[in-house]
Design a protein around this ligand. Structure first.
Ligand SMILES: Cc1cc2nc3c(=O)[nH]c(=O)nc-3n(C[C@H](O)[C@H](O)[C@H](O)COP(=O)(O)OP(=O)(O)OC[C@H]3O[C@@H](n4cnc5c(N)ncnc54)[C@H](O)[C@@H]3O)c2cc1C
Length: 382
C-alpha cells in the first residue's frame, strides 16, 4: 500500500508527486492515458495569467510564488534528466488593453514590472507587428515554458525516484469508502482501476485527486459536487523559416508565443463543449485571422498543426486545493483553468503543505473546498 495515491498525471499531479517524494513519502500516480498528454500538453505555457490584474488576489498569490520557483525547477529538471523545459524569459507585450489604470495599480500593489509603452517602443521591439497599435503594456519579466518538455522532464525525473511509482494507461473507475475515525467523516479505503483490460484494486492511506477537467466527475461518485468543468481551448502551430518575433504578444485575448526554435503558437479559443476535444475549421480560420492581424508575415506560413485541450474550469479561475469535505483522507488540487502551468509549482506546494501539516507559504483559505462550501450530497454511497 502506498502512502499517497494520486489520480491524474498532468502537471499538477506530477508536481504534487515530486513534492511529496521530496518530503520522503511513498507515492503512486495513476494516469488513464500517458502522463501530461491532456491539458498540460495542449497549453501554451505562458508563465503568467493573461491580463493578470483581472484575476483575484488568490490567483496572483499562487502565480507570484510559482514565477519565482520556475527558474530553479527548470534548471533542476534539466540537471536531473537532460531534458530542457526551455523556460524563456521573452516578456509579454499586451496591446491596446483598455483597463490600463487597473493594470498599473495592480502592478504597484504586487511589486510587478509593468510599463505603459508607445508605438516607438512597440515597433522597435517587434518590427514585424501589424501597423496601427497605438499603446501597450509591457511586462519584461514574463517567461514561457515549453510545456510538453516540462511534462517529459517531470515524468523522467519521477521515474528515477524509488519512492514514486507511475501507472500509465490505468484508469480509476471508482473510489470506495469506509468509515473514518471521527466527526462522521468518511475515508476512501481503495480505488478500482482498469489496466490492460483487467480491473484491479489499489489501496492507499491518502488519495489526492488531480484529474484536471475530469475531477468533478470522479468526486461526484463520492457525492461531492465540485464545480470544475471542461473548457476547450484550440491552438495553432506555425513553423516559420526564420525568427519572426522575440516577445509574447497579446491582443483581444489572443496571443502569439515564440519558442526557442522559432516555432510560434497562436492561442486560443474558449469553448464550452463538455468533453469534446475535436478541432474545428471555424477555430482554425478564426485563430489564423487573429495571427495574421497581429503578424502579417504569418499569411505566408502554413499552419503545421492544430490541437485542442480541456482546461479545468473553476469559478473565477481559483483552483480548489485542500481536503475534500466529508472525507478525512481525500484531497483535491484542480481547477487551475487557464493558468494551470503557471500556478502548478505553487499549487503543488500548497497542497503538500496542507497534507503534511506544514505551515503553508500562502493563505490556504481562498482555495479550501471546505471554506468555499463545496457541497456534499446527503445520501452517501458505499
Ligand atoms: C489551449 C490551452 C492553452 C493554455 N495555455 C496556458 C498557458 O499559457 N499558461 C498556463 O498557465 N496554462 C495554460 N493552459 C491551462 C493549463 O494547461 C491547465 O490549467 C493545466 O494543464 C491543468 O493541469 P492538470 O494537471 O490539472 O490537468 P491535465 O493536464 O488535464 O491532467 C489531468 C490528468 O488526469 C487524468 N485523468 C482524468 N481522469 C482520470 C481517471 N479516472 N483515472 C486516471 N487518470 C485520470 C487525465 O488523463 C489527465 O492526464 C492552457 C490550456 C489550454 C487547453
Amino acid at each position: 500500500m502506498s502512502e499517497f495515491l494520486i489520480i491524474g498525471g498532468g502537471v499538477i499531479g506530477l508536481l504534487v508527486a515530486r513534492e511529496l517524494a521530496a518530503a520522503g513519502a511513498k507515492v503512486t500516480v495513476v494516469e488513464q492515458g500517458g502522463c501530461c498528454q491532456e491539458s498540460s500538453w495542449a497549453g501554451g505555457g505562458i508563465v503568467s495569467p493573461l491580463y493578470p490584474w483581472r484575476y483575484s488576489p488568490a490567483v496572483t498569490a499562487l502565480a507570484s510564488q510559482a514565477q519565482l520557483a520556475y527558474p530553479r525547477l527548470a534548471a533542476q529538471l534539466l540537471d536531473e534528466t537532460g531534458i530542457d523545459p526551455e523556460l524563456e524569459r521573452t516578456g509579454l507585450l499586451m496591446l491596446d488593453a483598455k483597463d490600463e489604470d487597473e493594470a498599473l495599480q495592480w502592478a504597484v500593489t504586487n511589486g510587478k514590472a509593468l510599463h505603459p509603452v508607445d508605438p516607438a517602443f512597440i515597433y522597435e521591439r517587434e518590427a514585424g507587428l501589424a501597423q496601427g497599435f497605438l499603446k501597450g503594456l509591457w511586462m519584461p519579466d514574463i517567461a514561457n515554458i515549453r510545456n510538453p518538455r516540462l511534462g517529459q522532464a517531470l515524468q523522467s525525473s519521477l521515474q528515477r525516484n524509488p519512492l514514486v511509482h507511475i501507472c500509465e494507461q490505468t484508469r480509476v473507475l471508482s473510489l470506495h469508502t469506509g468509515t473514518g475515525f471521527g466527526h462522521g467523516a468518511r475515508s476512501v479505503s481503495h480505488v478500482e482501476v482498469l489496466c490492460e483490460g483487467v480491473v484491479e484494486r489499489l489501496a492507499a492511506e491518502h488519495v489526492i485527486i488531480t484529474a484536471g477537467a475530469w475531477t468533478g466527475g470522479l468526486l461526484e461518485a463520492l457525492d461531492v459536487i465540485l464545480p470544475v468543468v471542461p473548457v476547450k481551448g484550440q491552438m495553432l502551430l506555425f513553423r516559420p523559416p526564420q525568427r519572426l518575433i522575440n516577445t509574447m504578444v497579446l491582443t483581444d485575448g489572443r496571443y502569439l508565443i515564440p519558442r526557442r526554435d522559432n516555432n510560434l503558437l497562436m492561442g486560443s479559443t474558449l469553448e464550452h463543449t463538455a468533453f469534446d476535444k475535436s478541432t474545428t475549421e471555424e477555430a482554425l480560420r478564426s485563430l489564423r485571422r487573429s495571427a495574421e492581424a497581429l503578424l502579417p508575415a504569418l499569411a505566408e506560413c502554413r499552419v503545421e498543426r492544430q490541437w485542442a485541450g480541456l482546461r479545468p474550469g473553476a469559478p473565477d479561475g481559483v483552483p480548489f486545493i485542500g481536503r475534500v469535505p466529508g472525507f478525512e483522507n481525500v484531497y483535491v488540487n484542480a481547477g487551475q483553468y487557464r493558468n494551470g502551468l503557471v500556478l502548478a509549482p505553487a499549487s503543488a506546494q500548497l497542497l503538500v503543505d496542507i497534507v503534511l501539516g506544514r505551515r503553508p507559504s500562502v493563505d490556504p483559505k481562498p482555495y479550501d473546498p471546505v471554506s468555499r462550501n463545496v457541497m456534499v450530497r446527503d445520501s452517501p454511497r458505499g
